[in-house]
Design a protein around this ligand. Structure first.
Ligand SMILES: Nc1ncnc2c1ncn2[C@@H]1O[C@H](COP(=O)(O)OP(=O)(O)OP(=O)(O)O)[C@@H](O)[C@H]1O
Ligand SMILES: [Mg+2]
Length: 495
């Protein structure tokens, strides 16, 4: 039998500053042309594992690796990163750490230029790569001004342009809208079909894993705890949940039917088509009469307006109009979801609520006062903002200090600070990471630190920009519960 193109043998690894190993005794083999999904909860070691494949570990992160990683027969600890990039393209979880160019064109050309290709060929590769991620026409745009989702697609294009035989994607679509996700995954499928590329994908979305992956490896606390075909895992709904992975929705439905004795467990459907077949069979051709239902609407209560935008328009330097003529009223106790495609202006809009941006024209009123008349400090008490990218918000050297910072600014007593820090840490489940440097945490853990530091302040309005980016399923469920609890107890607003 052919040997795997990626072979991990008995690998144990500890970060230089890590208290315990981030990976323990990992064995894994990926065959040429295979798509492997890596799943598992926040902090499990997914990013650490994929960082071994292109030599980031141990060449960049250092620390001690035991065991061996072979990629295209090259040992990743003995070969330099520069020699590995031709074989392995790694798209990092955080696109910003991977964007170097000033313009989109420059950035995408960076990799192939370093490989010394002729100019014509570089331009062709760039054109194809940008088309694959729906960024054609963006060539001259400044990378610094792209939205989170656009940056994510650009990072993928940069790697595609080098045409590596192994493509490693660490949560490549966590900041993308559904259209963007579908397009990235189409590009991945095409790459595999046309070039037999091998793809390793860290991904939380069960449905996408089911559609794309041949194999799935689940990691927990640095160990591989499940390996096999995705169907075999997801059909076992209880085991899937145990591993902190969200089972496919139709499988949940199937499990309910099993529990009522209506379906044998080995017939639990995993896709909509399979569910349809099961249901048809159960109905045995019976026709169901649809019943129209009138929903009575609950009586509406007038509530005080907390935030109001009046004809709000924002034009960024360079002329891009990100928000135009928005009129919006947010009332006390409302829970508001802002939805829109990447680049639609969601972040631009909410940054006006706490004074991070000021209107080009129009106005934003918080509790009836124009934000231009309130200082940032005053606004911070009223409106807490959790950034889309936690690293834009975190600047202290320990998790504890990060949360304390805002509390000190409020002038709270030591005791009160301590109480709130403890409460916030327990709300997000980070009690044991209190003394850690935020940048030694996984991305999902950093996201939790960012949320905790705002929760501790308990402002009347909380804005959370894509709160679940980079969180696993348990994390997402907990975060959403947390937000809605908070909203019930405090009457906070959360767009
Ligand atoms: N630079 C670092 N120094 C020390 N410890 C680290 C460092 N980076 C990560 N860790 C720790 O290693 C463990 C695994 O982290 P890793 O980033 O691989 O998790 P992950 O599964 O990718 O999580 P996420 O889903 O949040 O991205 C965590 O306990 C984390 O706190
Ligand atoms: Mg990660």
């Amino acid at each position: 039998m052919e040997e795997g193109i990626v072979r991990v043998s008995d690998v144990t690894y500890r970060y230089p500053k890590g208290e315990e190993p981030a990976l323990r005794g990992v064995n894994l083999e990926v065959k040429r042309g295979e798509v492997l999904a890596i799943m598992g909860p926040t902090g499990a070691g997914k990013t650490t594992l994929v960082s071994l494949f292109n030599g980031l570990i141990p060449h960049y992160f250092e620390g001690r690796v035991t065991g061996e990683v072979l990629v295209s027969d090259l040992s990743t600890s003995r070969h330099r990163i520069q020699d590995l990039v031709e074989h392995v393209g790694l798209v990092l979880q955080d696109p910003e750490t991977q964007i170097f160019g000033i313009t989109v064109l420059e950035d995408t050309a960076f990799g192939p230029s370093n490989l010394g290709y002729p100019r014509e060929q570089i331009l062709n590769l760039v054109r194809e790569a940008l088309a694959a991620v729906r960024l054609s026409g963006y060539e001259e745009r400044l990378t610094a001004n792209l939205s989170g989702g656009e940056k994510q697609r650009l990072a993928i294009a940069g790697v595609l342009a080098m045409q590596p035989e192994i493509l490693v994607l660490d949560e490549p679509t966590s900041e993308l809208d559904p259209l963007g996700r579908a397009e990235v995954f189409e590009a991945v499928s095409a790459l595999r079909a046309e070039r037999q590329a091998t793809v390793i994908l860290v991904e939380h979305e069960t449905e996408d894993v089911l559609r794309l992956a041949d194999k799935v490896a689940v990691i927990a606390k640095g160990e591989i705890v499940w390996y096999g075909a995705p169907r075999d895992l997801f059909r076992d709904v209880l085991r899937t949940r145990d591993l902190s992975i969200r089972p496919p929705e139709v499988a949940e439905l199937g499990l309910k039917l099993c529990e009522r004795g209506l379906l044998p467990t080995d017939e639990i459907p995993l896709t909509l088509e399979e569910a349809e077949a099961v249901i048809r069979e159960m109905l045995g051709g019976k026709k169901l009469e649809a019943q129209a239902q009138t929903l009575s609407s609950p009586g509406t209560v007038e509530r005080t307006t907390i935030i109001e935008t009046i004809d709000l328009t924002h034009v960024y330097p360079g002329g891009i109009q990100a928000v135009s003529g928005v009129n919006l009223k947010i009332r006390k106790g409302e829970f508001i979801a802002l939805v829109g495609q990447n680049g639609a202006g969601k972040t631009t809009l909410v940054k006006h609520f706490n004074g991070l941006l000021t209107p080009t024209s129009g106005a934003v009123m918080v509790n009836g006062v124009d934000t231009r008349e309130l200082g940032i400090g005053e606004l911070a008490k009223q409106v807490g903002y959790v950034f889309q990218n936690p690293d834009h918000q975190i600047f202290s050297t320990t998790v504890e200090e990060e949360i304390r910072y805002g509390l000190k600014n409020l002038g709270l007593s030591e005791d009160e600070q301590e109480m709130r820090i403890r409460e916030a840490l327990s709300l997000v489940g980070l009690e044991d990471k209190r003394g850690r440097h935020p940048f030694t945490l996984s991305k999902g853990e950093r996201q939790k630190v960012a949320v905790a530091s705002i929760l501790a302040i308990a402002p009347p309005v909380i804005i959370i920009d894509e709160p679940t980016t980079g969180l696993d399923w348990t994390g997402t469920t907990r975060m959403l519960e947390l937000i809605s609890d908070l909203f019930r107890t405090n009457g906070s607003n959360s767009p």
